[in-house]
Design a protein around this ligand. Structure first.
Ligand code: CU1
Length: 152
């Protein structure tokens, strides 16, 4: 039986979709199998361009934070429920510490990134599934410059 144009078109679309998915998967993993995540500021806005990132529990992660604005920002992953505590402690830590109080509640972080610069960090995702907040700890930013890393 000769396939109808409809069936042929469906087949070609499925094939294209499969190839597109394969391409995405390939790009999403670094050479060592680490998940590659990229997050940036929303242009000049004091906000991240994504508020939800997703990884697997215990997975190696390579995260690049691109600061597209003219201000300094960072990306800081914290323990569940610890966003306010880390934000306040980071303000107290001061400029000399890059506006970040490193401690047990800080699970991963970039450096304080100057405007139009980026930083790439590697870390291992938490072993326990859950929702882990990420914030920018520059004074006054954490309340609005935030998101969640979903660990599945
Ligand atoms: Cu910020």
């Amino acid at each position: 039986m000769k396939p109808t144009p409809q069936v042929t078109r469906t087949f070609i679309l499925s094939l294209a979709l499969a190839l597109a998915c394969f391409g995405t998967q390939t790009r999403a993993l670094a050479a060592d199998g680490a998940a590659k995540l990229t997050i940036s500021t929303q242009g000049e806005e004091m906000a991240f361009d994504q508020t939800v990132l997703t990884v697997k529990a215990g997975q190696k992660v390579s995260l690049t934070f691109k600061n597209l604005s003219g201000m300094q920002h960072n990306w800081v992953l914290v323990a569940p429920g610890a966003a306010d505590e880390v934000a306040n402690a980071s303000i107290a830590a001061g400029n000399d510490k890059g506006w970040l109080a490193v401690g047990p509640q800080v699970l991963a972080h970039t450096r304080l990134v100057d405007g139009k610069k980026s930083d790439t960090i590697r870390f291992t995702a938490p072993a326990k599934p859950g929702e882990y907040p990420f914030i920018c700890t520059f004074p006054g930013h954490a309340g609005i410059m935030k998101g969640v890393l979903k660990v599945n």
